[in-house]
Write a protein of this length. Structure first.
Length: 434
């Protein structure tokens, strides 16, 4: 792609910032209607993809260097019925139109200027309102259809659709809904519980690969002022990939500010076991994280260290983007396009500052080491990466993000890819919700 892609993204951002147009909710009798539209555009420039090679980590052809433009539009509507003595019914639907123009990405997921239009969500549900007053308002919710679902920050469950191939907009990833869902939720203040039946989808047409994965299970959390304790179990079934069928997945996690005398310290951790299945799997993935916030200093800097380990046979299933860089696509180069949360141990050190209320800046450093050396590879040292990002909330409806990343291959990375060039990229994204 020519440099006009970057100009287009900047121009779109300026247009959004000056717009005052908005979609307002309205009533149809006793029914509340809430229409929304989200528009996004991104420009990406990546040099020496795959450390200068021509083949990605999963064997797909890539351009050595590439520029591309991604864009999407996501219109939707939510409808909420009148509250009655028997509860409240609600529903919603949305669609996604997406396009990519330019070269391939570093994973080989995008070729030939793909574009697509399709249904994203379509769901109905019921909330208990005051039917169970002793449990609290809307303590019970039941919903079904195509919808989004995430547990905690998405380490285990967060994204029901892998944006690849002809879907277009693979980096932005506007599609996240699970299909054929049935979800029951309980919220009583300190106690939160989910029962779920979800189906995730992946369609990588360039590799002639399509997959549906069904997950059925439950989640239980205890939430109070000091933090959250949680446990999740689910069983995989009806998987197109036999290696994923019949697996039992167990998860324990905790996060919060556990020391009342040190509110600037926050801790988090999670451990996942995967057992059984056709291949008699026994795998694990976990992370431990600590953050110290210097709340009395200018720009309120916060320093975070996190250690993550994924065993060589760990299957990340349907992990998602948890709302900030580094969760759970760890590394804008390695985590997005090279190593996909399996057979890797990751150390991350992050510094985040807030110069203004509407401006956030972060610097992240990663060290990637292979958990198990593949055949023909003599070193576990895969790569080191540094990412610098800026998030600007231009208006309450408009956000602008810019990212620069640099990765240096280690001896293991050089041996796996057969090349040893540094890989770097620049990304910018603007989104507008109205």
């Amino acid at each position: 792609m020519k440099v006009s892609g970057r100009f287009l993204a900047a121009s779109v951002g300026a247009l959004y910032a000056s717009s005052s147009f908005a979609l307002d909710s309205f009533q149809l009798g006793d029914v509340l209607v809430e229409p929304t539209v989200t528009v996004g555009a991104a420009y990406l420039n990546h040099k020496n993809q795959a450390f200068g090679g021509r083949t990605s980590s999963i064997g797909l052809e890539v351009d050595r260097s590439s520029s591309r433009f991604e864009g999407f539009v996501l219109p939707g509507v939510k409808v909420t019925g009148p509250q009655t003595s028997y509860g409240t019914f609600f529903g919603g639907a949305s669609a996604v139109g997406a396009m990519t123009r330019g070269g391939s990405d570093a994973g080989g997921f995008t070729h030939d200027n793909p574009e697509s239009v399709g249904l994203e969500t379509a769901y109905v549900g019921w909330k208990s309102a005051d039917l169970f007053a002793s449990l609290g308002k809307d303590a019970l919710t039941i919903s079904a259809g195509r919808q989004n679902f995430m547990i905690d920050n998405g380490f285990l469950i967060g994204d029901g659709h892998a944006d690849q191939g002809k879907d277009a907009a693979a980096w932005i990833g506007p599609r996240t809904a699970y299909t054929n869902t049935l979800i029951a939720q309980l919220n009583t203040g300190k106690v939160h519980a989910d029962l779920f039946d979800l189906t995730a989808n992946a369609d990588l047409d360039y590799a002639d690969y399509k997959e549906r994965l069904r997950m059925r299970g439950g989640n239980l959390e205890w939430r109070d002022s000091l933090g959250t304790l949680g446990a999740t179990y689910y069983h995989t079934m009806d998987a197109d990939n036999a290696a994923r069928d019949g697996i039992d997945v167990y998860d324990l996690r905790a996060k919060g500010t556990p020391f009342t005398a040190l509110p600037q310290v926050s801790l988090a951790g999670e451990y996942v076991w995967e057992k059984g299945g056709d291949n008699d799997k026994s795998a694990h993935g976990w992370y431990a994280q600590a953050t110290y916030a210097f709340s009395d200093l200018p720009w309120t800097p916060a320093v975070t260290y996190r250690r993550t380990q994924y065993s060589d046979d760990y299957d990340p299933m349907t992990y998602g983007y948890g709302g900030e860089y580094g969760t759970w696509y760890q590394g804008e180069i390695v985590g997005e396009y090279m190593l996909f949360n399996s057979n890797v141990n990751i150390d991350m050190l992050k510094l985040a500052v807030q110069p203004r209320q509407d401006l956030g800046v972060g610097l992240m450093g990663y060290r990637f080491q292979l958990d198990k050396k593949p055949d023909g590879v003599s070193s576990r040292d895969f790569a080191k990466e540094v990412d610098l990002y800026v998030n600007w909330t231009v208006t309450p409806a408009v956000t602008l993000t810019a990212v620069y990343g640099l990765t240096v291959p280690g001896e293991g990375g050089k041996q796996m890819f057969g090349d040893n060039d540094r890989s770097n990229l620049f990304e910018t994204l603007v989104t507008w919700t109205f």
